[in-house]
Design a protein around this ligand. Structure first.
Ligand code: NAD
Ligand code: AKB
Length: 326
């Protein structure tokens, strides 16, 4: 029986993983937690929800024991742009939160899923076809915490036998919850602005290539990794996974296929541009494919069509409404 606890369950990734897992295992079996109240009521009303700081180990252990949790999806963190603006806070949360979760897992025997990121790479990492095992000297505070997190999870597996697993996610594109302060957020914002206003001002340069993934694939990757045969996992805590690589100019061109009048211009934010410049253009994800069968379903065109279909139907102020004829 799966009994799951999610930290950061109100965030961009947590809200989607929570919805999927509650559908899969039943709402009572999936405990959502976050430091905030649930503004929509989605997670708090459909199943157990607790509001507390993930660094409060006593509270976390008490909830884990009360619900006899066997797997924690640890998603509470500060993302790259916010972390760069508030580096000490990012260190405290990203490392302190993870250390707390791992200690509770060691005491209670839970498995732990922790996302790493393309942010764990740095300017000296090969930019194209970035290998699974390569140089990682990130220059952002977010990246520092992501590499340290990968290592800490490896340590808890080797030293204490905690079943830790994780993915190096690319930028995640979704339409349920807005992103929480990352460098790749433009790839979400652009769809909302395209549908509302038919134009977008991008904070990255037009030719900045980054890996990306549509949310259904991100959820699938996490769940498939946690279900994988542990005997086959050599890269437990840091699997490269990707689904597509594009730059803002490419994405604008795809949006124009469906909203021909769409326009993009650029007002570059030097902080986020520098972070993006230090990340890969595109990763290889062979280890994930071989060790647990990773295979994404959404490419750039399918993701673009789905985002535009969903948002043009859902947003009340959608002006550039596009219907999928297919
Ligand atoms: P998010 O910012 O959208 O959500 C984080 C959630 O954590 C928020 O709901 C926030 O309220 C909560 N939180 C913050 N401080 C907390 C605390 N002290 N205690 C408990 N909860 C707290 O982030 P996300 O995009 O959902 O990211 C989730 C994880 O996935 C992070 O580890 C992130 O680094 C990783 N990741 C995300 C992406 C992406 O594109 N979204 C890409 C790569 C990796
Ligand atoms: C960010 O931009 O910080 C995240 C990530 C790629 O980790 N979306």
């Amino acid at each position: 029986m799966e009994r799951i606890l999610i930290t950061g369950a109100l965030g961009q990734l947590g809200s989607e993983i929570a919805a999927f897992l509650r559908g899969e295992y039943g709402a009572r079996e999936v405990v959502c937690t976050d430091i905030r109240d649930d503004p929509s009521g989605d997670r708090a009303e459909s199943g157990p929800f607790y509001r507390f700081d993930v660094r409060d180990g006593e509270r976390l252990a008490e909830v884990v024991r009360r619900h006899r949790i066997d797997t924690v999806y640890h998603l509470a963190a500060l993302l790259s742009a916010t972390a760069e603006a508030r580096p000490t806070e990012a260190w405290d949360l990203n490392m302190g939160g993870l250390a707390t979760v791992l200690e509770v897992a060691r005491e209670t025997g839970c498995a732990v899923f922790t996302p790493s990121s393309i942010g764990s790479f740095g300017p000296n990492t090969p930019k194209d076809w970035t290998p699974q095992d390569t140089l990682q000297r990130p220059t952002s505070m977010y990246g520092v915490t992501k590499v340290a997190g990968e290592l800490l999870c490896d340590y808890y597996f080797h030293r204490f036998g905690v079943d830790t697993r994780g993915l190096r996610y690319p930028g995640l594109i979704s339409n349920r919850t807005l992103p929480g302060g990352g460098t790749t957020d433009y790839a979400v914002d652009i769809f909302y602005e395209a549908v509302r206003h038919g134009r977008y001002t991008c904070f990255l340069k037009g030719d900045t290539y980054l890996d990306m993934m549509y949310m259904p694939d991100a959820v699938k990757a996490a769940v498939e990794l946690m279900d994988a045969d542990p005997g086959r996992l050599r890269h437990r805590n840091a699997f490269n996974v990707t689904a597509m690589s594009f730059c803002p100019e490419d994405l604008a061109a795809y949006i124009r296929r469906y909203i021909p009048a769409f326009e993009i211009d650029y007002h570059v934010d030097p902080v986020r541009q520098a972070i993006a410049h230090s990340w890969p253009n595109n990763m290889e994800d062979y280890a994930a494919r071989v060790e647990w069968g990773w295979n994404p379903e959404y490419d750039l065109d399918r993701m673009t069509r789905d985002m535009l279909t969903v948002l043009s139907a859902r947003l009340e102020d959608a002006h550039y409404v596009w219907h999928d004829a297919g």
